[in-house]
Design a protein around this ligand. Sequence first.
Ligand code: TYD
Ligand code: MG
Length: 453
Amino acid sequence: MAKVKIIYSCQSCGYQSPKWLGRCPDCNQWNSLVEEKQERAAHPRGELSLGTKEEPSPIHAIATDEEGRVLSGIGEFDRVLGGGLVAGSVILIGGDPGIGKSTLLLQAFAAISQTGLTCLYVSGEESQRQIKMRAERLGILAPNLLVLSETSLERIIEQVKKLKPGVLVIDSIQTIFTSTLPSAPGSIAQVRESSGSIIVLAKKTGLTTFLIGHVTKDGAIAGPRVLEHMVDTVLYFEGESGHSFRILRAVKNRFGSTNEIGVFEMKEAGLKEVTNPSEIFLMERPLEVPGSAVVCSMEGTRPILVELQALVSRSFLAVPRRTTIGVDHNRVALLVAVLEKKMGARLFDQDIFVNVAGGVHVDEPAVDLGVIAAVASSHKEKIIDPRTVFFGEVGLAGEIRGISQAEARVKEAGKLGFERCVLPTSNSSQLTHIQHPKLAGVSSLQECWKLLF
Ligand code: TYD
Ligand code: MG
């Protein structure tokens, strides 16, 4: 009898090792390696594989049956996908439990089914009745929306072949298991095998498939890190627990730009699109207080204005605190160091808190100037004119560097009634045709300070 080979695989990232290790060398997680029998799938996916009998053909001769993308009708959702659904694409949606993934897809599917496409919603977590109750609450009982409560991969594939839906959602991929493997549902081997089969099925039949994935505490899609490489698009659905805003963010997209975001608000009757996020994020902004600066950050193709708040206060700790929410901690530490060295600000005995209002995350160097301005404003107790918007990257020598898509940012600021943009000189010199808002080009922090304080 053939010897059964044992391997240890990390349940968080899929790393495999022939011997047990306390800590995964790949993702540094402790205690995540679990003993598994090395499994070969019983069916080598031969019958499902992408195109076994295909011959190479000249690229111009490949038929694409150009039917365009299917629009769901939920604008924010379509934009994040890069302008609608592409037939045969596989989209992974990750997010914390309870953030609204099931709600989002149920609503999107109800909207898609209005276009005449048959939608199949497979849930491994809720029963048909529970889904119906949710749909009733959302007011979406569309006849083309089929609901199936199932966890067996084989039965799901059977149903897909029988019903031939146009779009499919698997909620969630961690609950699906294939009987060809003995390991438990949710284990890395199961997730990899099930999603592999589903992806091949999607590619072969042109079925647009959404996979919902749970996210671990540290933000990675649980287990199937491997999954991120296999699918076409990875979206994260995120939001702060205390806020009703939810942001759908594309982190990988083979059919559109990444970092595109869609903003939603969780209401009594489900998710509502927020089409003018800048307005919403700036709505409750305190005017005439120190420590507040408005920045313009590009989220994918769209400029969004957000308020950065900084609080600098006397520290009573040996090592003063630097706390950031919504901006990169290291970036803020670096900017504070530049502020100390170049502008002579005395911050070594001050606690510094930086927060992006509205629960948004901005991770672009273009917000540097805004961070520095907000921190300096709070430190000096001096108000920044509330009708000013900042953008620009700050270098270690205190220089302000040019950034991309300046025109789009300036226009967004103008649209929302801002009167002045403080931006890098290299950008403002190319935007001389813009009359409103007023452009104040700066090339160093010193120049910026002359304008502000
Ligand atoms: P859900 O879609 O079940 O989250 P996930 O699938 O990501 O785990 O969302 C559940 C949360 O959304 C729950 O906390 C209640 C809230 N919610 C509303 O506020 N309004 C609604 O209409 C619905 C359906 C849910
Ligand atoms: Mg759910």
